[in-house]
Design a protein around this ligand. Structure first.
Ligand code: IVH
Length: 675
């Protein structure tokens, strides 16, 4: 027999776990560290293991997944799950408003609720007496699949409702989706394991919910956000849609953080424009905005037409995926010799721009996609990410499609192309003999974060190398006015400006100099760390791998690239030649580095900053001695959180790490830079 105190203890543990779960997954405001949550969960698991009669379906221990199914059952939706009409421009939005006003025979201003249209899978969740009893997909709107077991594993779906006053039977509807960070991490892992990645976050959500083994679903980073109700029996809900959502939030559901009530169709259009500019900074993918009449009474009055309500509309954003034809593949050679296949496409409008090239990453990717020249392919351009070929439409493969051969010799210099063991990237072995690598090395040297040579653009570098006016970065400083001014589109004045810019660039910093050399895997931050650590170029050039490993952020791979670079005689010669040209930097005093105000501190930047770019914030922090890292850990000193900061902020808060907003950062920088 189970004793009453034990039952009470179980209830108390469940209530605590539900509360923490709500704070973590619904409010994004955890109040205890993860280890404490795990401890409570283990305590409950231990009791339940000893007293199986105490286990209930709504226990937080049941989120880990259940016995695999052989098939999903069917669920009939007592209330049809509708879909939405779409609008693609402002005129269609105005037509939508006019139709409602005509129907209501009333011209007064209407109130709308704006909600981002999440790109995931619609689900229905049924609660009886506050307990989650059944979850289903939308299916065809009438009949869906019973995916209760899978939905139980989604942490932002409450297994029991919080608070009081819920109807006896309540059907909550919403979208299950995979946030961008979880999607990227999942795909990265899948590729590393040699598994197939998901094409987009929507497919990832669908694929994860369609698992017969709910343990697989439990391992996927899914979220659920609710946007309406279906059946409501034995209870009342507020009379406005926005208030219904707020009520659902109090009962334990996640609602969209961007939801807003606006007046009239102009309010809707303003909201659409504002969110379109912020679309990329959201932590989830959206494909438009849903606008709904706020008054439920008016919703009832205007009613439905076939499968969609007349009181709601989805104003779609330009598509992020399109299909087009792969015309050919060009192999580009980068600064480090990496040979990258670039797809030449029939130009297509996607993600708001016309795309005619997309990356195919490497040979493995070509193989994985099984893509051939002539194929019809799906191209995706999300945010400011480089356009990618994500899928082949096999049904449309033409008879004359041709297999893509990865070159075994460099398309630019003819040297062997070799793929080192364990590496995905194939490289041209020509080094600086290869004009492509030379051009890239010079472009990198001239770039803004390196020598910042104004007027030395990519086209000019191509010309200078093609006409053999320069062969290495050091040659830049031997350029003559006459040769320059004779070049195409280079007058007297621009030639002189370039020579002045070259002269000016000779005064630099040690960090910029190191970065400009273009050593593999040595970015701006690592270059700054190397400069701080060694304070002297000779010391860096002489350092062995062991000594290099002592530098912040330098691991074994980077250390070996650095040591290898400085051992190469031709690199030593180029450095000597550069110094002979009079390149100088102010001396870096090692002691001063240690005395820098932020020395020894690790900072993390997250979210969107308004007045500074990430690069600017980073270089100002680094200049004060801080290390800037991409991930939050117990060693992080401070997190700077901009708009729409997501999981890093949550993690920082759960670890009790100091969090500053942008204005606090600016204040601190100004103060420290002045002293
Ligand atoms: S309301 C009667 N609100 O869009 C209204 N739908 O094209 C039914 N969706 O099947 C849906 N975010 O999967 C609504 N905030 C939102 C939504 C949303 C995404 C999806 C949903 C629906 C589809 C309709």
């Amino acid at each position: 027999m189970t004793s009453a105190p034990l039952r009470q203890e179980v209830e108390a543990l469940r209530a605590q776990l539900n509360q923490h779960n709500y704070r973590y997954y619904v409010l994004d405001e955890p109040s205890i560290p993860d280890v404490e949550y795990d401890r409570l969960l283990r305590q409950l698991q231990t009791i339940e293991a000893q007293h199986p009669e105490l286990i209930s379906q709504d226990s937080p221990t049941q989120r880990v997944g259940a016995q695999p199914l052989t098939a999903f059952g069917e669920v009939t939706h007592d209330m049809r799950m509708l879909s939405l009409d779409n609008a693609f421009n402002d005129d269609e939005m105005r037509d939508f408003e006019r139709r409602i006003k005509d129907r209501l025979k009333d011209t007064s201003e209407l109130e709308f609720v704006c909600e981002p249209k999440l790109d995931g899978i619609a689900v229905s969740l049924l609660y009886e007496n506050g307990i989650f009893v059944r979850g289903a997909t939308r299916g065809d709107g009438q009949t869906g699949e019973n995916i209760t077991q899978n939905l139980r594993t989604v942490p932002s779906i409450p297994l029991t409702l919080m608070g009081t006053g819920w109807p006896e039977r309540l059907e909550v509807r919403g979208e299950v989706y995979m946030p961008k960070a979880g999607f990227d991490a999942f795909n990265k892992q899948a590729l590393a394991n040699g598994e197939k990645p998901f094409v987009n976050p929507r497919n990832a959500a669908a694929g994860s919910l369609r698992q017969l083994d709910s343990k697989i679903t439990a391992s996927r980073p899914l979220q659920m956000c609710c946007y309406s109700v279906g059946i409501v029996d034995g209870g009342e809900l507020p009379g406005k849609h926005s208030d219904v959502l707020q009520q659902l939030h109090r009962w334990g559901f996640r609602i969209n953080d961007q939801m807003k009530v606006v007046q009239g169709i102009n309010g809707c259009i303003d909201y659409y424009q504002d969110l379109q500019t912020r679309r990329d900074s959201l932590h989830y993918e959206i494909d438009g905005i849903v606008f709904k009449l706020n008054s439920l009474e008016l919703q009832n009055k205007v009613g439905f037409v076939s499968r969609a309500p007349r009181w709601a509309i989805a104003y779609k954003f330009p598509a992020q995926e399109e299909i087009t034809q792969l015309l050919g593949v060009e192999f580009q050679v980068g600064r480090t010799g990496a040979v990258t296949p670039v797809a030449r496409l029939q130009p297509v409008f996607v993600g708001g721009v016309t795309v005619s090239n997309a990356t195919l990453h490497n040979g493995d990717e070509i193989e994985r996609l099984g893509v051939r020249c002539g194929d019809t392919v799906v191209v995706r351009r999300a945010g400011d990410v480089i356009p990618q070929v994500v899928q082949v439409v096999l049904e449309k493969r033409p008879e004359n499609s041709t297999v893509i051969e990865f070159p075994s010799s460099c398309p630019v210099c003819g040297s062997d192309v070799i793929r080192a063991e364990g590496e995905a990237v194939a490289r041209c072995t020509g080094g600086l003999y290869c004009a492509a690598q030379r051009k890239q090395a010079i472009k990198h040297f001239a770039s803004r974060k390196a020598f910042d040579i104004e007027g030395l653009g990519d086209k000019l570098v191509d010309m200078l190398v093609d006409q053999q006016l320069i062969n290495s970065i050091a040659d830049l400083f031997h350029l003559q006015h006459e040769a320059l001014s004779n070049l195409e589109r280079m007058g007297d004045k621009s030639a002189q400006n370039l020579l002045d810019a070259l002269q000016k660039s000779k005064q630099t910093t040690l960090a910029r100099f190191i970065y400009a050399l273009g050593i593999r895997e040595v970015g701006e931050a690592t270059a700054a760390n190397l400069a701080h650590h060694f304070a002297d170029l000779d010391a860096l050039m002489q350092a062995n791998e062991e000594q290099l490993l002592e530098v912040n952020d330098v691991g074994p791979i980077v250390a070996s690239h650095i040591a290898h670079f400085f051992q190469q005689p031709h690199n030593q010669e180029i450095i000597e030649a550069l110094l002979a040209e009079g390149i100088r930097w102010p001396s870096v005093d090692k002691k001063n580095v240690e005395a820098m105000p932020l020395a020894g501190q690790t900072w993390v930047l997250t979210g969107t900053l308004e007045t500074l770019t990430r690069d600017q914030a980073k270089s100002r922090l680094v200049a004060l001695g801080a290390k800037v890292s991409g991930s939050v850990s117990a060693k992080t000193h401070c997190v700077v959180a901009g708009a729409s900061a997501g999981s890093k902020l949550t993690k920082a808060e759960s670890l009790g790490i100091e969090v500053r907003d942008e204005s606090a950062l600016l204040q601190l920088l100004a103060q420290l830079e002045a002293s």
